[in-house]
Design a binder for this molecule. Sequence first.
Ligand code: ZN
Length: 509
Amino acid sequence: MNRDLPRTNEKAETDSKKNDFFHSLTSQIGSVGKIEIARDSVSEPVIRSWCDAMSESNPLYINQNFAEDSKYKGIIAPPAMLQVWTMSGLHLGNQFQRNSEDSPSAEVYQLLDDAGFTGVVATNAAYHYDEMIKPGDLISGSQKLLDVSVEKTTAIGVGHFVTTETTYSNSHGKQVGSMEFRVLKFRPGTGRKNQQKSSRPKPASNNSTDWFWDACNNKELRIQSCDECGNLQHPPAVRCLLCGSVSLDSVAATGKGNLHSWAIAHYPQVPAFNYPLIVGLVELEEGIRLVSNITDIDPEELEIDMPLEVHWLDVNNEFTLHQFRPKENERQKLESRNDKIDKDRDQSSVSDTNESEAQNVEKQVSKLDPAKVQIGDELPISPVEITTLLIVSTALATRDYQDVHHDPKAAQSKGMPDIFMNILTSTGIVSRWINDWAGPAIEWSSIDLKLGTPNHPDDTMTLSGSVTEKTENGDQISLNISFLGKNDRGVHVSGNAEVLLLKNSKQKE
Ligand code: ZN
């Protein structure tokens, strides 16, 4: 190690600068910003837009008649919208600058921006819900700076974690909830390189099977045939399994067959595959069976013996894999069936007060029987397709106009490969999924989320979770649900939710 004096001095100087910087970052810890009052009171159209973007259909939030019959005697705002009401909104041409009076974190953010920590991602959020928010309520929030971390090296980049706590009140001064929020302010370009989605593993191959995979590369499905007895067999072997002959050849298969059986792989999730992954045993017209992925179909549409046809998956122009999907006419049938379901849905949503509306509400009422929920019960695994539209529409519905949620170039300049989902949406989607499972009688106490790998367009986030705690108190059941949302690159969100269910809520049907 080089111990000459000037270097040591240089280092000491850098250290002291770092100390001064850290001191200025932490000088505001504990201070509380002025109370910020929402620009507008809570309103049904804003609730509806949010529910539309999140695919939330809990009738307590959107159906006047249903909500009036509930204990709330009217529409309530989704608890996951807590943070939305006091968001500053869009101020085009009238650049709105928060000053340190508004929030003590603003000054810290400015110091970090000036020092080159211009990237920002939310990493944690913990919401507590004390009181339901209703249309007409005017929400105000007051923020306290809880902590600024020392410089940390993370996967996204080198930066500082900034933690704040905001408490929210309604117009009567009653606290409706609180949020502990942590962001990472980082130096763009200092993170580990963004991992590409890993590509499909190349099939193991040897002298006796190369010909099969070579044929696949030419988009041809070939079956091993015996020159002596004409037997067809798969997978390829070194001799005929019927007569033992080593004189083997192959014939081209038509690529048509039927679904003999299938399995759905959920766990463990391996990068490069999309889940749920359908592994099918396909009986070819030629009478032999082979294992392949079944694609272009929802698992619940699968039927034994359904006609299938081969298609081909090119992997990085390096090799080609066989896949099977429903035969053309079968696919059209499925599509037209889905179209019809969509149309039925559309029709029932345009008519206002008739029977179909009533059916609609009934459909939304969950079939879960709260009295039967047990520790260990799993929530239905739910894949969420992440699209540009979803990321942008949910950012707008949560009144989050940060450029990284709608502008790819801005996201790239901040060290991200593309736009990404905001934390308010991750909260909204997890809440919606739990609502779908529990039904409208659910009462939210809290939700605690930790964010990891961002959700970018073309990702699929698969939600899974289970009941980890259950406490009964008379008619009320308190549940702790732990959840996980994973995309191909890792865990996007994990955390816990605390909710209350009523034992007798199922009788509504
Ligand atoms: Zn043979």
